[in-house]
Design a binder for this molecule. Sequence first.
Ligand code: HXC
Ligand code: NAP
Length: 292
Amino acid sequence: MVCKEPMFKNEELKTKVIVITGGGTGLGKSMTQYFLQLGAHVVITSRKIENLQKTAEEFKTIPSGKLHIVACDVRKNNEVEHLLEDTLNTFGRVDGLINNAAGNFISPTERLSSRAFDTIIDIVLKGTKNCTMVFGKHWIENKQAQATVLNIVTTYAWTGSAYVVPSATAKAGVLAMTRSLAVEWAKYGIRFNAIAPGPFPTKGAWDRLLPGDLKEKFDISKKVPLKRVGEHQELANLAAYLMSDYSAYINGEVITIDGGEWLQGAGEFNMLEAVPQDMWDMLEMMIRSKKK
Ligand code: HXC
Ligand code: NAP
């Protein structure tokens, strides 16, 4: 499948230093791998240093870009300030930030403690705020000509979703921040965009969103008009494009990559997909007969 293949073939990110939060696992890890192959220097960060070390070990043979790891809890502003400092000490500059770190789990909202709700808001919304403010202020103070922020949201950032209410609330805030700063900080040369993925299997998400036999009970690919889940390379391709100078005129956009999933859930009559082909002659006849 061509969608499993890298879209850029050369070192299209060669001059870039890019920080990816949550870069040691899942989609963050897939973006890290591809960006390194494209010649970027990548800093990955998350709470668990062992995740980062494992990923660094796995990618050490990629010849082009360099990988640096920094433990940081994005909820703590002083740790985010240290992340920036460490990045500058290591690579001398930073060109891009991907706010990818997240926390999430399914739960009826009335079962959540106040702290449970806060935990998700703190990682997703405040964590993105902390990183955006620390890196943004650095770019503005240093009059850096160009920088790019890419926020990983979800399609329920605009539809909302039952049973993941803290995540939906936080991702909606991240999307509002993306669009607001795309306008306000364009004058400083900082672009803001977002990717809204549909289902891309990762251990982090699947363990918390489809635990136990929920995976079998709800075949998630059936919710997607294209009848499949996403391939990590597809998302990495899109992210590479949005972090590259090829997308220099794209600012304030949220790009959905979900095989049409959210629209299938939204269209009033999409349930008619279940009508068998041979029933349509009869239905048409019934509708036309009403004219008389
Ligand atoms: C109810 C829960 C709970 C659960 C935790 N809590 N799990 N409440 N149901 N299943 C409560 C705890 O009891 C506690 O509240 C509070 O939440 C904080 O929990 P901690 O374990 O202390 O928090 P922490 O160690 O910071 O861990 C954060 C976490 C964890 C979010 C709970 O799951 C995590 O580390 N996640 C990171 C990775 C992740 O979530 N990846 C999935 C991303 S997928 P009290 O009141 O008891 O102290 C995604 C979108 C996918 O974002 C969309 C797919 C289409
Ligand atoms: P994942 O592997 O669980 O990624 C989440 C990452 O965030 C982990 O590396 C985790 O590392 C890090 N993290 C969590 N809390 C943190 C904190 N306080 N500080 C710093 N890092 C923290 O899940 P994923 O599926 O790849 O998700 C990646 C992104 O895609 C998320 O923004 C998610 O909302 C989005 N998304 C995913 C899907 C999907 O289908 N997979 C769909 C839509 C959107 P540590 O535990 O080491 O901190």
